[in-house]
Design a protein around this ligand. Structure first.
Ligand SMILES: NC(=O)C1=CN([C@@H]2O[C@H](COP(=O)(O)OP(=O)(O)OC[C@H]3O[C@@H](n4cnc5c(N)ncnc54)[C@H](OP(=O)(O)O)[C@@H]3O)[C@@H](O)[C@H]2O)[C@H](O)CC1
Ligand SMILES: [K+]
Length: 502
């Protein structure tokens, strides 16, 4: 499923209408019917549904929805914030159809009191005020209606976008509709994954409205949501005649006296995610802790780390920030013949050697959280968070890396700018150690997948999916530990493989 900007969506609309010939009114009919079908189960007899319509094509969708409500069991009212004379194109086409089918349009500006009363009595409000066409702060009339909707107490369903949210995810300070459900048309827009807009969507469902894949191909859209079908398609299939050497021989350089656990979590997660042979380089004092809990690992002295014969490296979890650790990170970066994952303190040290990234033949994989990303770029966390897609793309292309910018919707970016958004995971992951688990999964998957982008996307997907599985079955957002995540990898992988083999 593609993720698009406002401009890209408008270009796709144009291409579909002009090149493919599916006219605007038809697409609008498809959009409105898809929304109505999604709402149908909620439209029982006597339910009071208000359709609140703006001037543009988002409003046009509203007229299609209102027309179908006429024939439903629900009681329907349609309120227009614009002057009907202002309505043009496909929206006018459907406004006329609505009227001709017996619909009545009430104008908000002429009946403000009645409008406010009606909103107070509504069970469900369909927000068809503004979609991708908004620029800047909603005009005063729109702001006023947005505020009334937000204070209504009704269930609010937004068409395409919560009105007032800019489609590209740029920051804004004005009020926008707080939707209970957003039915986004054809494909997600950037705003769905970036704060503050993301907070307005409520539950999100994406409704296809008949735009052919060729329209997206024609525009070369290179941003998508990584979905269950993607991981099932790309999970590595094991050759029955394979041996432990076939699934990666990796060295994990992690842990310190103060943070031995990080090395343990990353190592165990890598083993649980299929790495064939794992060597761990930890300070001598830490070795007994790991050895006692992970007899499957072998050890390499921190002082004599030899990379010969390895197929991958991972450095960072719990490493520490002393200068001597920087030398280790540098060695990993300079060893460019095999993939490497750099996380946590490894990223901290990276700042002084960013140019080494660009020179690597095999791109490194970095998995910073927003704070680590901000440190790398000398930006504030806020600067990173309000521009996650662009910040990620610029960095990945400039330094020729696979960048995993962690967060509610982790964004994965390849060195050529291709992006994927992850939609698994939840706030249970906001706890020390969960990042180390991701490092282990990333490491193991990198050594088992053919395509690096698949490995990185699948690792991020699996990491979130185990957190979702835990919260779905007996855990809460508060209690999940890194070890719970690791212990839940087997059943989640089991179900993914089982479904993939069907
Ligand atoms: N995705 C698809 O394939 C389809 C999507 N559809 C729907 O169409 C909208 C986009 O329609 P568009 O007309 O481009 O934009 P909107 O309806 O969101 O709004 C446009 C009108 O809003 C006015 N506007 C612009 N900025 C503001 C503001 N800050 N405050 C208030 N009003 C604003 C603008 O008027 P101007 O006079 O200012 O230009 C526009 O008239 C999309 O979101 C989908 O819902 C199609 O239905 C089917 C295909
Ligand atoms: K809307």
């Amino acid at each position: 499923m593609h993720v698009v900007s406002r401009e890209e969506m408008q270009a796709i609309d144009r291409y579909t209408i002009e090149q493919i010939g599916l006219g605007g009114p038809l697409l609008m009919e498809n959009a409105g019917r898809a929304v109505f079908a999604e709402l149908a189960p909620e439209l029982n007899a006597g339910k009071k549904v208000m359709v609140i319509i703006g001037k543009g094509n988002n409003g046009g969708d509203g007229f299609v929805i209102a027309r179908q409500l006429l024939d439903s069991q629900a009681y329907e009212e349609t309120w227009l914030l614009a002057d009907p004379e202002e309505i043009t194109g496909a929206a006018a086409y459907h406004m006329n159809a609505y009227r001709a089918a017996g619909g009545t349009i009430q104008r908000i500006s002429e009946n403000e009191e009645a409008f406010t009363t009606s909103v107070g009595q509504a069970d469900l409000i369909v927000d068809a005020l503004l979609g991708t066409g908004i620029h800047g702060v909603p005009y005063p009339g729109y702001l006023q209606v947005i505020g009334i909707i937000n204070r209504s107490g009704a269930r609010v369903v937004s068409v395409d976008l919560p009105s007032g949210v800019p489609a590209d995810g740029e920051p804004f300070a004005h009020e926008a509709v707080d939707a209970d459900l957003t039915l986004t048309l054809e494909c997600p827009k950037l705003a769905q994954f970036v704060q503050p807009g993301a907070r307005h969507f409520g539950e999100v469902r994406t409704l296809r409205i008949g735009i052919p894949e060729s329209a997206f191909k024609s525009l070369g859209i290179r941003r998508k949501v990584w979905q269950r079908e993607d991981i099932m398609r790309t999970l590595p299939r094991r050759d029955p005649f394979s041996h432990k050497g076939s699934h990666g021989k990796g060295l994990l350089i992690a842990g310190s006296q103060q943070m031995p656990g990080a090395a343990f979590f990353a190592a165990k997660a890598a083993l649980r995610s299929g790495i064939g042979l794992l060597k761990v380089s930890v300070p001598d004092q830490v070795r007994p802790i790991i050895a006692a809990h992970l007899p499957e690992t072998m050890f390499m002295p921190r002082t004599a780390a030899d990379f010969q014969g390895l197929s991958g490296l991972a450095v960072g979890p719990g490493l520490g920030r002393e200068p001597e650790q920087a030398a280790l990170v540098r060695r990993v970066l300079e060893y460019e013949e095999i993939p490497c994952v750099i996380d946590a303190d490894g990223i901290y040290h990276l700042k002084s050697m960013l140019d080494l990234l660009r020179e690597r033949r095999i791109p490194a994989v970095l998995s910073p959280h927003p704070g680590e990303m901000a440190h790398l770029l000398d930006l504030s966390v806020k600067d990173v968070e309000v521009s996650r897609f662009n910040v990620s793309k610029a960095f990945a292309e400039k330094y020729h890396v696979y960048l995993v910018l962690k967060g509610k919707n982790t964004i994965i970016t390849a060195p050529d700018g291709e992006q994927a958004v992850n939609v698994t995971g939840n706030a249970a992951l906001a706890k020390g150690g969960s990042g180390d688990v991701l490092t282990g999964i990333l490491f193991a998957f990198l050594l088992q997948h053919r395509r690096m982008m698949d490995a990185v996307c699948n690792a991020v997907y699996l990491h979130g999916a185990v957190a979702d599985d835990l919260v779905r079955s007996g855990h809460s957002m508060l209690d999940v530990l890194a070890s719970d995540l690791i212990d839940r990898i087997p059943p989640v992988l089991h179900h993914l493989y089982r479904d993939a083999m069907r």
